[in-house]
Ligand binder design. Structure first.
Ligand SMILES: N[C@@H](CCC(=O)N[C@@H](CS)C(=O)NCC(=O)O)C(=O)O
Length: 216
């Protein structure tokens, strides 16, 4: 079966996982090309031609090449005319606000959990590292902000799922494995539980589990 587009990715990196979640939510199947970061494939001349930044994910749609996961999410949700990219201007602005917040605040602090507790130990066959008091304080601050934003709401923007939920939620796909301290954040836990029961979330988790098992 010919695929609609190609996605260069690495299945245990969160920026790739975001796009996998979206593809499963949209029921679209890209041609997945695994870039082995450990082997340095992302720094090869051929990959650097696609993304001079040397990072995954990268989408190739016909002659169109796009890196940056947030831009890929928006492109695909819009292209497939999904309300995951909402129609209303104000909702679009709010989705963008959360995508920028994720890139500037959430990513640094929450992304470190997945990276240090799951990805690096998996790659290096090493023990997870503990976090500094400063990191934990920042984690509390960021998680409290997010918890407040979800108070009384099922989704981040409007009353339906958007790419903002998918993008931010992707960082929590390894929350259990990373022993992420979420107990105190009841609205975050409720929101996450709603994502976790969806077929697209579960399908993505199964894809990831398969990768981890094969590699272990
Ligand atoms: N802002 C970029 C970040 C991409 C990124 O950092 N990708 C990581 C994997 S999650 C990567 O390829 N790292 C390899 C490297 O930096 O050498 C995005 O959102 O796509």
């Amino acid at each position: 079966m010919s695929k609609d587009f190609t996605l260069y990715y690495n299945p245990i990196t969160v920026n790739s996982i975001k796009v996998m979640l979206l593809c499963n939510a949209l029921k679209i199947v890209p041609e997945y090309k695994n870039i082995e970061l450990q082997k340095g494939e992302h720094k090869s001349a051929s990959f650097l031609q696609l993304n001079p930044d040397g990072r995954v994910p990268v989408l190739i749609d016909g002659g169109f090449v796009l890196n940056e996961s947030a831009a890929i999410l928006q492109y695909l949700a819009h292209k497939y005319q999904s309300t995951l990219w909402p129609n209303e201007l104000e909702h679009q602005a709010q989705v963008l606000k959360w995508l920028f917040w994720q890139g500037n605040e959430w990513n640094k602090v929450v992304g470190a959990y997945a990276h240090h507790q799951v990805v690096l130990p998996h790659w290096r066959n090493s023990q997870p590292e503990s976090f500094s008091a400063q990191h934990l304080a920042k984690f509390k601050q960021v998680m409290s902000t997010f918890n407040r934003a979800l108070n009384g709401k099922e989704y981040l923007v409007g009353n339906h799922l958007t790419i903002a939920d998918i993008s931010i939620g992707s960082y929590l796909i390894f929350a259990d494995e990373a022993n992420m301290p979420l107990d105190k954040y009841q609205h975050v836990r409720r929101w996450l539980e709603n994502l976790q029961v969806t077929p697209w979330w579960q399908e993505t988790q199964a894809q990831l589990l398969k990768t981890l098992i094969v590699k272990l």
